[in-house]
Design a protein. Structure first.
Length: 234
């Protein structure tokens, strides 16, 4: 067997591919110190207002965010950052655009603080910030740049990012609705085709494809800023 290869009955994986997969799993796991567990992305307000009550309403809400909302825009920005980084181009403009597209003060805090924490944690691998330079950077831009610099395929990075987005919000709702763990897992299973389709679309997207129509989610994120009693930061 050649060095640097892991073989199985049906596939052969190079050590480089295995390392990329392991890094991607680490970077987008709940254990990676970006603080994603502290954010509900406005869902806490939606639950407070009775708009999300059960597994079905949660699934429909997340489908909209993934296909036509903030998660879609994140995927487009991640993909553009990945391509520009691979081409050796400056990502400052896409980073500025990503920050400007935050729909509310809390959404801005969510993406910028998570992006900054991601950059800090990435020092364990490279010791360097993403190609956009030092300072705050939006979360999808930070992930897209890191994925490109570490040889992670765009489709894999997009799928993992979108899955982590959905998984984090499902776990928030497990605590808030409350939703049972089985219903949480069932929600993720139902969202799998949506995640894969969105990742495929985003892989072929350009910045001209940016845009969202989940206005209620954006408004609820703004309302959450003044909610009297809350568990999450957004």
């Amino acid at each position: 067997m050649p060095r640097g290869m892991i073989t199985g009955t049906a596939i052969t994986i190079t050590m480089a591919e295995a390392a990329s997969l392991a890094r991607l799993m680490t970077w987008l796991s709940p254990a990676f110190p970006v603080g994603s567990f502290a954010y509900s992305h406005g869902l806490e307000r939606a639950i407070h207002d009775g708009l999300i009550r059960d597994r079905q309403s949660l699934r429909e809400w997340l489908e909209a965010l993934l296909g036509q909302g903030s998660a879609w825009n994140d995927a487009v920005l991640l993909a553009e950052t990945w391509r520009q980084t691979r081409a050796g181009e400056d990502i400052a403009e896409v980073a500025e655009l990503a920050e400007a597209m935050s729909g509310s003060r809390e959404r801005h805090m969510e993406t910028m603080l998570q992006g900054g924490a991601f950059v800090d944690a990435m020092a364990a691998w490279s010791g360097e910030p993403p190609a956009g330079g030092e300072g705050p950077i939006a979360y999808p831009v930070a992930v897209g740049s890191a994925a490109a610099r570490h040889g992670i395929a765009l489709a894999d990075a997009l799928t993992a990012y979108l899955h982590a987005f959905a998984s984090n919000l499902v776990q928030a709702c497990v605590r808030l609705i409350p939703l049972g763990q089985r219903d949480g897992v069932a929600t993720l299973a139902a969202l799998e085709p949506v995640i894969l389709r969105t990742a495929q679309r985003a892989a072929g997207s350009t910045l001209n494809d940016l845009g969202a129509c989940t206005i209620r989610a954006d408004i609820l994120s703004m309302n959450h800023e003044t909610q009297y009693s809350r568990v999450f930061r957004s």
